[in-house]
Design a protein around this ligand. Structure first.
Ligand code: GLV
Ligand code: MN
Ligand code: MN
Length: 429
């Protein structure tokens, strides 16, 4: 029978090993998936949308019902704190969490699995009156999915964003972040300069679905994440000339969208030139003036590109510029490329990885050390505190789609590993 680490318990209410209640956890996830649910499955719960706001309200009520001390900031990051009997409140806390927002037409597990597993862990610690040396802090990061900026909430918490930086952010649909915050009942002036003191965080651990096929394909229970990919983003704007769709001969056109087409088909080889892990995606195109009978004058493409190191990300950015210019020249158009700040790649903390692996092994689960190709708030937290991530299998390796699914059995294993890991981190100096 696996034993808890040596932090011990004060007046334990049971001698049973400490485990999550998987029925309660899956019920939570099912209730949460109502917010933004799509006909036919999946959720659209983009940041600060009505569905996101309702989910937050529900989540705060769940945390309050669990007896946790709940607080939030102007950006909508939510914190729920457990101060166990005997804990030294002056010690840095062990943090755990993830996000509740989703991509448009996404799944019910990305982020939600981590937040709700974290809540379940805190509830079990409270219910069994497990005496820990340190407080445990649950965090729900705002806008992880980058409606306004990749990993917005955790970037603001770890780096601080000024009011000027917040004022210039716009969402995918052009809405100003500050307007979205006000409409959501948040206070934009309280969203600036909210960086936390790193000294208040002892360690951070996040459970997440893998979002890829590796664990399922290899029959492994738990992924122990070693590194997280770097993410670049930006806009490529092709400008040509609007003309009549019926009267302008094909060779005489300066079609911005056709330039975009040439650009897009070159991206796979551009990525392959950098590395076999490099990826480039365009998931959003805006065409103006936007009529079937007008040759497109402007095509604006929003890009996401990723690789494992900063030099490779920079080389990929150079490739993108070169390919965009060549495509524009081919269509007598021009190209303007603007990049956002990178989300830097990180290595996670080997000591936290060891604790996760030991926790999983003690529970009898198989593990695999693996990199993450998806971005996570953990990559920001890793800059200020020892950080680790626990991956659970994703059915079919599918994520950012309605079909996203992780079985209760896999979720239970992951949540129990999270619970053991939090307890161990609380015990550590
Ligand atoms: C987050 O889900 C990302 O990898 O974009
Ligand atoms: Mn995601
Ligand atoms: Mn996620």
């Amino acid at each position: 029978m696996p034993q808890l680490p040596s932090c011990g318990t004060l007046e334990p209410v049971t001698t049973e090993p400490l485990r999550v209640d998987i029925d309660r956890l899956t019920t939570d996830l099912r209730e949460l998936s109502v917010f933004g649910r799509l006909p036919g499955g999946g959720v659209s719960r983009t940041s600060y949308s009505p569905a996101d706001l309702m989910a937050r309200e529900w989540f705060v009520a769940r945390c309050t019902a669990a007896g946790l001390a709940v607080s939030s900031d102007g950006l909508g990051n939510i914190f729920a704190r457990l101060s166990p009997a005997g804990a030294d409140a002056s010690l840095p806390a062990v943090w755990t969490g993830s996000h509740l927002d989703s991509v448009p037409e996404g799944g019910a597990y990305d982020g939600a699995a981590g937040v709700m597993s974290a809540l379940e862990c805190l509830r079990r610690l409270a219910e069994d009156r497990v005496a820990l040396r340190r407080p445990v802090q649950l965090v729900m990061f705002a806008d992880e999915e980058g409606c306004y900026r990749h990993l917005l909430g955790s970037t603001a918490l770890t780096e601080g964003l000024t009011s000027e930086q917040l004022a210039e952010r716009r969402g995918r649909d052009g809405t100003r972040l500050t307007d979205a915050l006000s409409a959501a009942g948040l206070d934009p002036s309280a969203a600036a300069d909210i960086a936390i003191d790193p000294a208040t965080v002892h360690a951070y651990v996040e459970l997440h679905i893998e979002q890829g096929p590796v664990l399922e394909a290899s029959g492994i229970n738990i992924g122990v994440v070693t590194s997280i990919v770097g993410i670049g983003g930006g806009t490529v704007r092709f400008t040509g000339r609007a003309d009549h769709a019926g009267t302008t001969p094909m060779p005489a056109r300066r079609d911005a969208l056709r330039a975009a087409g040439h650009f897009l088909v070159r991206l796979p080889e551009a990525a392959a030139e950098i590395s076999d892990r490099a990826v480039v995606t365009c998931g959003l195109i805006a065409v103006t003036p936007g009529a079937t009978n007008v040759v497109p004058a402007v095509a604006e493409l929003q890009l996401d590109f990723r690789d494992t190191t900063t030099p490779k990300l920079d080389a990929l950015a150079d490739q993108i510029i070169q390919v965009a210019e060549e495509a524009a020249t081919r269509c007598s158009a021009s190209a303007e490329v603007r990049f956002d700040d990178n989300v830097e790649p990180v290595h996670l903390d080997p000591a936290v990885e060891d604790i996760i692996e030991q926790s999983a092994t003690s529970l009898g689960y198989s593990t695999l050390r693996m990199p993450s190709g998806a971005g996570h708030d953990a990559q920001n937290m890793a800059k200020i505190a020892p950080t680790g991530m626990i991956f659970v299998p994703s059915a079919g390796g599918r994520s950012h789609v309605r079909e996203e699914y992780t079985s209760p059995e896999d979720l239970e294993r992951g949540a129990n590993v999270l619970l053991e890991t939090v307890v161990s981190l609380c015990a550590a100096d």
